[in-house]
Write a protein that binds this ligand. Sequence first.
Ligand code: PLP
Length: 430
Amino acid sequence: MAQTVERIRDAVRRHSTRFEHAIPLIASENLLSPYAKELLVSDFHSRYAEGLPGERYYEGNEQVDEVETLCLDLAKRLFRCSFADVRPISGTVANLAVLKAMAEPGDLVGTCRLADGAHISSASFGAFGLRGVKPAYYAWDSERMTIDVARTKEILHEMRPKLCLFGLSLFLFPLPVRELSATLEEIGARGWYDGAHVLGLIAGGEFQDPLHEGCVVLSASTHKTLPGPQHGILLGNSEDPELTNRLASAAFPGVTSNHHLHSMAALAVSLAEHLAFGRGYARQVIANAKALGAALHERGFDVLGEKLGFTASHTLAVRVTREGGGEEVARRLAHAGIIANKNLLPGDTSPKRPGGIRLGTPEVTRLGMTEREMVRIAELMDDLLHRGKAPESVAADASAFKSGFTGLRYCFAAGEAAYRYYDLVGHPPP
Ligand SMILES: *Cc1c(COP(=O)(O)O)cnc(C)c1O
């Protein structure tokens, strides 16, 4: 078995090396800061702390309580809200907690269609199905890439869902939460925002502010635009103590037992760093996405949302039917050292044949790239997909370009990050 262990370590090392040389454009991925990452291998990883700070089931939790109390305070400060729970261990688990707390089997829950960008949490084969709730689909405006307010008001009046979810995995523009909040009130529905993709932009004050626009709960992953550890979070601003109690007991014991204390501690660091650096980071993430959209458009790519500046978030959607379709293009890009994903786009008829790719700028922004580098990335994609340059040759260009970006930005100890931001394995300290 020793050989097997060596093989596993070696595969992880090869993975790290590959990412060091690649241009990472997955919209849901990011890099953890050095101080956050070191806590992932701390002794917190070995412990249990069910319950809440000061009300645990096991002994030995004093320092865990100290960190979790800080974590909760930082979350409430960052999102200007009165309720936080950091026990969901992922975004999907946070969504399950909301569904458990706020819906019953058989209920209708408002949401977007998967082809319009909704996450699989809204699917019958995902969290919605698990809770036994049925989707009431909003109308979509594919020109503006957001919910169609007028038609959705009619749908809400007709179907009267008791819970309305706002949130996407292909998230280009803010959703009309404020515009629909009066309708929600009229039909007695509560607003729920799934901010997994855009949490870091919300926290940076650069997107929308769902808890102050009409949603009572915000669920999210903490590792997408918020550059934290793989974890989940629940945030709320409800005056209703029954709702917050229901959310807390849905988080534990509803959908978790232990809540991954090492990851919770890393989240506390990430939240503190976001309070210090989040605004500048969020601004640059969005500026980079806009710049990449414009540079791709200039080179003949069909970037969605052209009339609206392509995006107001970290994400771009590019229709690549001319270039061979989402699946083939994503694979060819990966061979050329540019990591992205195929994506369903509005109007796609088969879920198995996505017509587009999704690109995101959080990770390249963390590496210190700005608008100028976005133009270079567009050139590399143009070389590969329009000018017939060989993938090996583009991969070499991508690697040379990437070698100029070895440290992290927007965190403490930024300059020291180089040796450990991809992986601790196989990267001895300098
Ligand atoms: C990624 C995502 C999730 C799930 O998050 P995990 O942390 O991967 O479980 C939930 N909702 C949306 C909108 C997402 O994009």
